[in-house]
Write a protein that binds this ligand. Sequence first.
Ligand code: DC
Length: 227
Amino acid sequence: MQIAIDGPAGAGKSTIAKLAAERLGFIYIDTGAMYRALTYLVLQKGADPHDEEGVFRIQQAMDLQLEPGTGTTACRVLVDGVDVTEKIRHPDVGKLVSIVSRHGKVRREMVALQQKLASGRNVVMDGRDIGTTVLPKADLKIFLSASVEERARRRLAEFMQKGHGLTLDAVIAELKQRDHIDSTREVSSLCKADDAVEIDTTDLSIEQVVERVLALVVRRENGVQGP
Ligand code: DC
């Protein structure tokens, strides 16, 4: 069974995907981590994130390994053999990842790799284009949304925990910019698949969202389509 979870930054995708995968005994694949890993390398090399050919060359030479999470553990990401799981969460990477992930050539390679990782496995995969492009035949497609203020509050809490000092206004501005770039890019933009079920998580607890997702899984297992 393949479960696709899409939505904007901070809507709760990775938290929900991880917990749902754990309850179901499925693997969890965080596709944002793959774009973040490439962005990290682009930064490391001092390359221009706007230069599609330059970024693509770095991607071609990069050895990217993603070890799927098992629910309690996050996906581990290795770039050229080095564990960058924590480093790719740095705000500097977050600022540029939408630029890097906008390039069509870059996306084609990433999508192929993601399809290979998911092939023949019980998987919960989260991202922006999973239900529309990566796994268009997924058994269950979820689109998570939440108000930008709530998403910013969640992101800020994560940053504070890691000791990055940012203001709420700065996080709101960054999320708005990222939403704009992710939704207006030409290739695989962030949008809800026609057959996805939208869950607005603004006023829901994590547990409530997970319960809703698991209930939808049961419906699909029983052959029931729709929300
Ligand atoms: O989920 P995240 O915030 O870690 O994702 C980081 C960025 O990667 C996001 O701003 C857009 C991009 N992304 C994408 O374009 N397609 C995906 N399937 C996943 C992420």
